[in-house]
Design a protein around this ligand. Structure first.
Ligand code: CP
Length: 312
């Protein structure tokens, strides 16, 4: 594997290998073990055209733990604001010695375009998709799968067979749901998608066993319920919903969760709109909420991706 641009581009063997490495690195990180900087001497550029807390910081930490020299491109202070294109920016970083390029961008196809430009210019730089518009967020899906494996005490090879996973929220803008539904179904889970009519997915939802506008139908007997953020920044001037009506019809409350299996877990990729798509008591109940575990898994999972990309 030379790049990680899309979940669909990974083989089953690569998925299992990344998840297996992530669970091993997770143990090492928890025990604060020194893993010996296996990628020392290489350079990683983090180039984020959209804001991020979890993904950018965990890629930064993951790179450093693996021994890479990590450079976080200061986009707001860069020549991007003089009109430099994504292509020219990426090639500039390659010319400065990038071995890995972690890229978050808005436009459809921008990650593949960067990869093609890098290849055409003769660079060997590995490209990692750190979130592309509404289209894909492969490392989030992988870290969510690793979090579920850990929570269910399973090895990577055991997959997610027998689990029903309901993903509820702003599917129309959710790169997380696009990648998670593909990956979870591929790993054997039954995936259900739920949103109000106006927020149903723009991407193909053929991996889902159910697409519904009814939250209660989606949650019934589910093993895992993932809430998605209402992406207010992507709606333009007018939000086409009332947050309190949304909470009542689609929010994750303890009452709504009572339809799920008794030991069901709750997930959210973050950041959360508390009191809209998820109530405080649900998000903060450490007996059911995996939200902080998802954040924690971001580091070992991204270490695993780097290991896989550089054939460790
Ligand atoms: N889940 C996620 O991508 O969060 P950030 O936008 O904070 O990176």
């Amino acid at each position: 594997m030379k790049h990680l641009t899309d979940i669909g581009a990974l083989s089953d063997q690569e998925i299992t290998s990344i998840l297996s490495r992530a669970l091993a690195y997770d143990e090492a990180v928890e025990k604060r073990e020194d893993i010996g900087a296996p990628l020392a001497g290489r350079i990683q550029f983090n180039l984020f055209y959209e804001n991020s807390t979890r993904t950018s910081l965990s890629f930064d930490l993951a790179g450093r733990k693996m021994g890479l020299e990590v450079v976080n491109v200061p986009v707001a202070a860069s020549s991007i604001h003089k009109g430099e294109s994504l292509r020219d920016t990426v090639l500039t970083l390659c010319a400065q010695g990038a071995d890995a390029m972690v890229l978050r961008a808005s436009g459809a196809g921008s990650i593949d375009a960067a990869k093609s430009a890098i290849k055409s210019a003769g660079f060997e730089t590995r490209v990692i998709n750190a979130g592309e518009g509404a289209f894909g967020h492969p490392t989030q899906a992988l870290l969510d799968a690793a979090t579920l494996l850990k929570a269910h005490h399973r090895k990577a090879e055991e997959g997610l067979d027998g689990l029903t996973i309901s993903i509820i929220g702003d599917l129309s803008h959710s790169r997380v749901a696009a990648s998670c539904s593909k990956l979870f179904a591929r790993m054997g889970a039954t995936v259900r998608l739920c949103a109000p009519e106006d927020l149903l997915p723009v991407w193909k939802s053929e991996d889902a066993a159910m697409v519904t506008t009814s939250r209660d139908e989606a949650i019934k007997d589910a093993d895992v319920v993932m809430a998605l953020r209402i992406q207010t920044e992507r709606f333009g001037d007018e939000l086409p919903l009332d947050p309190q009506v949304y909470r009542s019809d689609y929010g994750l409350s303890m009452e709504a969760l009572s339809f799920a299996k008794p030991a069901a877990f709750v997930m959210h990729p973050g950041p959360m709109n508390r009191g809209v798509e998820i109530d405080n008591d649900v998000a903060d109940d450490q007996s059911i909420s995996l939200i902080l575990q998802q954040v924690a898994m971001g580091v070992p999972l991204r270490m695993a991706v780097l290991a896989e990309l550089f054939d460790l």
